[in-house]
Structures are given as structure tokens and as C-alpha cells.
Write a new protein. Structure first.
Length: 209
């Protein structure tokens, strides 16, 4: 049995979000193939995702050489929330990250989430030869909705998502792009059908070795 985090980072309702529609199809097929897997859904826009601030930075610095009891009350309360997000992320085996393209990037709540779970000593560590991810034997996929066509470049959203996941040690499957509908609305049915086919095919590979 594997634990899956379904991480959705769009405020748009499922029935109106192209990326979420395809992600649901992908997840449904994954569960058909792996019925014992457990899914934890995270709707980031309906959660209190913390931002890194001075209290958090101070807490992380202190915890390198001090104990939790040495933190201020503000530092304790904030770092507890970060730790909860990080432990949940570490305890998962597979990750489905669903995001729209916003102004060549992605919603800031997703960046805040990654900032919360990228924690030196927990999800990665520093070495004399550079940072090394600590999340071994874990698998992820990014399902990305774009109004235009950006699968071949021109936006930093998908490279960042893939990069930060790799940074923590997570192997990423090829991204499923749901792209081009705003540029070519007359092709919406074909674009969605193609993305659905990719999602169903990719679900076959969404399993741990």
C-alpha cells in the first residue's frame, strides 16, 4: 500500500478546472490499478498554508544547535505548523501536483507549500558537494493546465515544480500538460481528449519499484 498526496493548487471549482479534471481521471485510474493505495487530498486554497517569515527562519536556525524549548512562543507555534506539513510530505510515497499556469508561474500558495516542506535535514541535506535529496523511492507527477502552449518552454512553472521535487529526491514522471485551449477554443475537445489519453497511459507507470 502506498500513500498518495493529491495536492491541488487552484481556486477554480473542479468541474471548471481543466487540470483538475484530468488529474481526477489520472487518480481514478491509479486507484483502479492500485486499490489498496491511500489518498490524502490537499486543497491548498482552502488550507492555512504558512509563509516563511523571520520567526520561522530564526526557529530553523536555532534548532540546528538548540532545542525546541529554547524557541520563543511565536517561533514554537509557527514551526509546529511547518513541521506538520513536512512530516506529512515525508510520510507520503507518491505525489500528484495539480496547478494552473498563472503569468508564466503558478499560484503563490503552491510556492508557499514547497517552502514549508523543503527543510534542510528533513527533506534534503547539505554536503560539501551540494544539496542532496533525502526522499528516496518516492514518485511524483505534475498535471499542469495552461491557456497557451508551454510544454516546450516559455514558462518557469513546470521546471520549478519538477526541479524542487527532484531537489528533495522525488522521481518525477513526465508532466501532463492540458494546454492551448484559450488559444484554440475550437480545439478544446481534442485537447482534453488527448490529455485524458495521456493521463490514462501515465497512470500505468505511477507505481513504486
Amino acid at each position: 500500500m502506498a500513500k498518495i498526496l493529491f495536492i491541488k493548487s487552484t481556486p477554480v471549482q473542479d468541474e471548471l478546472s481543466r487540470s483538475t479534471q484530468i488529474a481526477r481521471i489520472f487518480l481514478e485510474r491509479v486507484m483502479e490499478l492500485n486499490p489498496s493505495d491511500e489518498v490524502i487530498e490537499m486543497d491548498l486554497f482552502n488550507m492555512e498554508v504558512p509563509f516563511v517569515d523571520m520567526d520561522v527562519l530564526n526557529a530553523k536556525t536555532k534548532l540546528r544547535t538548540m532545542t525546541f524549548d529554547d524557541l520563543t512562543e511565536n517561533e514554537k507555534s509557527k514551526i509546529k505548523v511547518f513541521d506538520q506539513f513536512t512530516q506529512q510530505f515525508m510520510n507520503a510515497d507518491k505525489y500528484i501536483i495539480v496547478s494552473p499556469l498563472w503569468n508564466l508561474g503558478f499560484p503563490p500558495v503552491l510556492k508557499a507549500y514547497f517552502d514549508a516542506v523543503c527543510w534542510a535535514g528533513k527533506t534534503f541535506r547539505y554536503t560539501p558537494h551540494g544539496a542532496v535529496g533525502l526522499l528516496e523511492n518516492k514518485l511524483g507527477i505534475h498535471i499542469h493546465g495552461c491557456g497557451g502552449k508551454y510544454s516546450t518552454g516559455g514558462a518557469y512553472s513546470d521546471p520549478y515544480v519538477r526541479g524542487v521535487m527532484n531537489f528533495m529526491g522525488v522521481e518525477m514522471l513526465p508532466t501532463i500538460f492540458v494546454e492551448g485551449i484559450d488559444e484554440n477554443p475550437d480545439q478544446s475537445e481534442q485537447i482534453l481528449a488527448s490529455a485524458k489519453e495521456k493521463a490514462l497511459d501515465m497512470a500505468e507507470s505511477f507505481k513504486l519499484a
